[in-house]
Design a protein around this ligand. Structure first.
Ligand code: GLU
Length: 309
């Protein structure tokens, strides 16, 4: 079921959209495996997107190593790829469209000002939500503030609550704050690029880490405002270290190249990740096709997995 997207059964299109800012770790790879399994389970396709929106943290070397690691695990892609760094014009056109619809306003707040305003006692908003300081500035005030610093552009979402259903985490009801659509250095935001790119790639299902569950209502809202096709969301639990914290590079050997140095090849990593998905027995060697035969989205573990060497 894909709502009014016009896609029928067997036409599911998923995507994996890594930011080429470092090597993928086993948590990222597990999410990629699940995106692949979810799409192929219904004879769909998985597409690759290079989320290199921020040139300061993206590199060709990281992109190459990510591609190599995904291929080593047996995660392949079909259909056209997309590269965010080549899509600036599309993002800027959408920003103009939102501005023309009077859905944007300039914001002059520094990060510190946002933090302090959000922490004020009368403000009851979720962490990180913008309290609307610049929402109703007069044009005279805007002109005066623009002399001190360039403005970021924010959406006028007015703390609307948006409901949607996540396939794994169920019904969600989340507030959409006046989030940034364009940074004050002109770079379009991740939120904007994501929804435009999903639409361009004809994505019907977004399988990604549960760290991105909070904030998904922004995407649902933005898709509506820009008249883009809706997608289904299926967030998947993260991989934690043995202390119960989100896995990170500091946790030692967590990338395929680190693990290879310890004598663990890609197939062994895949099999170990499959154990965390209840799709393999410890020590058993499995291919992606074996996993596809066993995959059942209704039995996916919904608690975080633990990675220990
Ligand atoms: N590029 C994002 C990341 O690596 C993922 C974005 C998404 O899946 O929507 O965290």
């Amino acid at each position: 079921m894909f709502g009014n997207t016009g896609f029928g059964d067997g036409e599911a299109i998923g995507r994996y959209a890594p930011s080429p800012s470092g090597d993928l770790h086993v948590g990222n790879l597990r999410t990629a495996m699940l995106a692949w399994l979810s799409a192929h389970d219904v004879d769909g396709e998985l597409r690759l997107r290079i989320d290199d929106l921020d040139p300061r943290v993206s590199s060709a070397e990281h992109e190459a190593s990510q591609r190599t690691d995904l291929a080593a695990l047996g995660i392949d892609f079909s259909g056209p790829e997309l590269r965010q760094s080549e899509r600036t014009e599309v993002y800027l056109t959408a920003i103009q469209q939102l501005d023309d619809a009077e859905l944007l306003y300039p914001c002059f707040c520094s990060r510190r000002e946002v933090r302090e305003a959000a922490a004020a006692p009368h403000v009851h908003l979720p962490d990180g939500a913008y309290p609307g300081t610049c929402r109703d500035l007069s044009s005279a005030d805007q002109a005066r503030r623009a002399e001190d610093r360039p403005a970021a552009m924010r959406v006028r979402a007015n703390n609307l609550t948006v409901d949607y259903v996540d396939r794994n985490f169920g019904k969600q009801s989340e507030l959409v704050d006046d989030f940034v659509i364009q940074r004050n250095d002109g770079v379009p935001s991740y939120n904007l690029a994501t929804v435009l790119d999903d639409d361009e790639q004809r994505i019907t299902e977004v399988v990604r880490g549960a760290d991105l569950l909070a904030g998904t209502a922004r995407h649902v809202w933005l898709r509506r405002m820009l008249d883009l096709r809706p997608v289904e969301h299926a967030h998947v639990p993260l991989v934690m270290n043995t202390e119960g914290e989100r896995l990170a590079k500091r946790d030692g050997a967590v990338t395929l190249s680190d693990l290879a140095e310890l004598g663990m090849d890609a197939s062994a990593v895949r099999s170990k990740l499959a154990v965390t998905l209840n799709l393999a027995e410890p020590g058993e060697r499995v291919t992606m096709d074996d996993l596809l035969n066993r995959y059942d989205p209704t039995t996916l573990p919904l608690t975080p997995a633990t990675w220990s060497q």
